[in-house]
Design a protein around this ligand. Structure first.
Ligand code: ADP
Ligand code: MG
Length: 693
């Protein structure tokens, strides 16, 4: 149906089997992919300056031929220096790069080059230090010079000019076959250019305005499709018959009395919201947001108990075994004696022996377990929970939409509660979780200690360790956290391991120390963490694996090394581990920030403990794609649009999407057939259940 998506990139002249593989690295397999390869940025080469007119002190674009090139070592620092002299007939300029010896293989005498950078006068000659550079093919100048030029993401072995040439050739040949998914009336209404013009102008705009309009249209399209998928998904779920739970005032009272503490007002409010949803026929789809330690578990437990009281089953799914066990233990504690002790609660995790796994599965299938708590093991094929009427998914950002649907499918249209400790500003939650109702716990339980946050430069780390020692001697426990950044994983890990040895043999040798990191076997890491929980270890050295909610009330001290390298929300989540159990906590940040964003992260973390404020700041600093991580809510599939900066288009798109779905719930009318196909392609999985509705 979609011809361009089925036309291999190899049909374009100049793309052979080898280049096809390179395109594959960029995620481009067919012509449609190529059209949707979005430039990273643009360079305005329309105002190319003749060399005789170059002005010192200004950034300018110049072009010319390489007259000669040379490499040498500088006198002072023995740096490698590469120089080329470029002429355009009207004058000359020298371009200089340091420590890039490979440039000698890139430029050749006679190459035509474009340089962009700040010109200056040095020893009476015009020069640019480390300008941006590009070799231009003769004959392709109309693509690469004298215009606004797209700069694409590249892969090894591919050049900008080659990519531009192929895209231009693709546009020439295939642009006319591109079909518009947005109907004419909708485009007219919002003054959006058609798809052909937009794609053309996204790649080769004549001016900035054309590019902006094209981007606006592409963003609108993307938001629109995304919103339709989100709304359809919600409609298809809430229109199914779920379980009408009975909830009585007495049941709620009984539940509260059973608890070892008094609920906060926020918890009571959310319990009320959940209870109202559960009494309805239509299945609940609710997102529960609450900061680390705000007490989400007990709220989830309320739903589980309600299911139990209605003769049904409930399930809680956590992202890791440690967390699943933690929920299991704390829930068992909360219902230990009293009327709820007849509730049959079991654990189901991957590390269980096969026999036990099977035993739990068959008990679940026979309805002999009322509440099962587990990991994604709950999703395995053999598991069914026939009377499941309430499902909880903890730490939503570790699970995708598919897993949510899969858990639901273990029973028949259960009420679903998704819990997250990653707060989402209001502007965004509608977009990303438009299919969920939202509850918020915006208050921490009383008796939380203060957490003092102190920043020290790296060369004062020894002093910090000294303070930690004093605290350990008083019988408390502490964490020391190391960053683990993907790009430098091996190096980082080495740092953590080296320091761990150093700690064990020297600095903290009088104490019991454990190490956990992400590359350990799961069972091994879990083992160390459990030991720490049981206070068989005093000090836990860890890479960021700790983030996901481990709860050790006796550990109230945390040292975060290289704190400038952590994301803001990460820091917040980490720090949220301490100051529990009614004691005050201390969080030492050891940091030497060198970037502006590093500084602003530290500033934010020191100045507030409010999760929502921190989330807002973090989103501002990083943008939502980064903030939510990969594979989230289709965010990764958003290529053109930025939900933070394009709220106005977002809202337009949402309104139109709502109307579209309202008129044609299953997108079965002929004019929506195209829409449906495109959505299925771009947001796979999102429409999976729509048909069934
Ligand atoms: P989170 O929202 O991070 O999942 P938890 O549900 O794990 O938080 O709760 C954190 C701790 O606070 C637990 O030890 C829990 O027993 C306790 N807690 C929860 N609600 C209250 C309350 N209303 N009063 C006192 N302690 C509470
Ligand atoms: Mg939790």
């Amino acid at each position: 149906m979609n011809k361009l998506a089925n036309t291999s990139i190899q049909y374009i002249k100049g793309v052979g089997p080898k280049r096809k593989i390179l395109f594959g690295n960029l995620g481009v397999d067919n012509i449609e992919d190529l059209f949707y390869l979005f430039p990273r940025r643009y360079e305005d080469r329309s105002r190319m300056v003749e060399l005789k007119n170059v002005r010192a002190g200004e950034c300018q674009v110049v072009a010319g031929d390489v007259l000669r090139q040379s490499a040498r070592r500088s006198y002072y620092k023995r740096k490698h220096v590469h120089e080329i002299v470029v002429t355009d007939g009207s004058g000359q300029i020298t371009a200089v790069w340091f420590n890039q010896p490979y440039l000698a293989h890139y430029f050749k005498v006679g190459s035509r080059v474009v340089l962009y950078g700040k010109a200056e006068v040095y020893k009476n000659r015009l020069q640019m230090i480390s300008p941006e550079y590009e070799i231009i093919d003769r004959g392709d100048e109309k693509l690469n010079m004298g215009r606004i030029v797209p700069i694409y993401p590249l892969t090894r072995g591919m050049t900008q000019r080659y990519l531009r040439k192929i895209i231009a050739a693709g546009l020439d040949e295939y642009l006319d076959e591109l079909e518009d998914v947005l109907p004419v009336w909708l485009r007219n209404k919002h003054r959006l250019p058609n798809i052909r013009r937009s794609i053309q102008n996204l790649h080769f705009p004549e001016n900035a305005q054309e590019q902006e309009e094209a981007l606006r249209r592409m963003s609108f399209e993307e938001f629109f499709l995304f919103q339709i998928s989100v709304i359809c998904r919600r409609m298809s779920i809430v229109r199914r018959p779920g379980v009408e739970h009975a909830v009585s005032g007495q049941m709620v009272e009984e539940f509260k009395e059973q608890l070892p503490f008094t609920l906060t007002a926020a918890q009571r409010r959310v319990i009320h919201e959940i209870s109202a949803d559960m009494q309805k026929t239509s299945p609940m789809l609710r997102l529960l947001q609450g900061d680390v330690g705000s007490g989400k578990t007990v709220v989830a437990l309320f739903g589980c108990v309600t299911a139990f009281r209605n003769g049904r089953q409930a399930a809680v799914m956590a992202p890791t075994e440690v967390l699943a066990r933690q929920h299991f233990e704390s829930i068992q504690r909360m219902i230990a004696d009293g009327p709820l002790s007849s509730m049959r609660v079991n654990l189901l995790v991957g590390s269980m022996p096969k026999a036990e796994h099977e035993r739990v599965s068959s008990q679940l299938a026979r309805g002999e377990i009322d509440l099962v708590i587990g990991t994604h093991a709950l999703l395995s094929e053999g598991v069914t929970i026939p009377r499941l009427s309430f499902a909880v998914i903890d730490e939503q950002h570790k699970f995708g939409v598919r897993q949510r649907a899969l858990l639901s499918s273990k029973g028949q249209c259960p009420d679903v509660l998704v819990m997250t400790a990653t707060p989402i500003p209001r502007t965004l939650s509608l977009t990303l979780f438009g299919d969920l109702d939202v509850s918020v716990i915006d208050e921490l339980p009383p008796g939380r200690g203060d957490v003092e946050t102190l920043v020290f430069p790296m060369d004062e780390a020894q002093g910090v360790y000294g303070k930690v020692k004093e605290i350990l001697r008083q019988g408390e426990q502490a964490y020391i956290i190391y960053p683990l950044v993907e790009e430098s994983e091996a190096l980082d890990l080495k740092a953590a391991e080296t320091m761990y040895k150093e700690f064990r043999t020297k600095i903290f040798k009088e104490f019991r120390i454990g190490l956990v990191h992400g590359q350990m076997k799961n069972s091994e890491a879990e083992n160390v963490m459990s030991k720490f929980k049981r206070h068989e270890l005093d000090l836990l050295v860890a890479t960021t694996v700790l983030e996901v909610g481990i709860d050790v009330p006796n550990a109230n001290v945390m040292v975060i090394e290289h704190a400038e390298r952590f994301g803001l929300s990460q820091l917040h989540q980490l720090r949220g581990r301490i100051g529990r159990g009614g004691k005050n906590g201390v969080c030492f940040l050891i940091a030497d920030p060198t970037t502006e964003s590093g500084l602003s992260r530290l500033e934010a973390i020191v100045s507030t403990r409010n999760g929502f404020e921190i989330a807002q700041k973090d989103l501002e600093i990083r943008g939502p794609g980064q903030y939510f991580g990969r594979h989230q809510h289709g965010l990764n599939e958003l290529r053109f649009s930025d939900p933070m900066r394009q709220i106005d288009i977002l809202e337009l798109a949402r309104k139109e999407a709502e109307e579209t779905v309202h008129k044609d719930l299953h997108l079965i009318e002929p004019q929506n057939a195209g829409l449906k196909a495109v959505i299925a392609e771009r947001f796979p999985g999102f429409l999976e259940n729509v048909e069934a509705g």
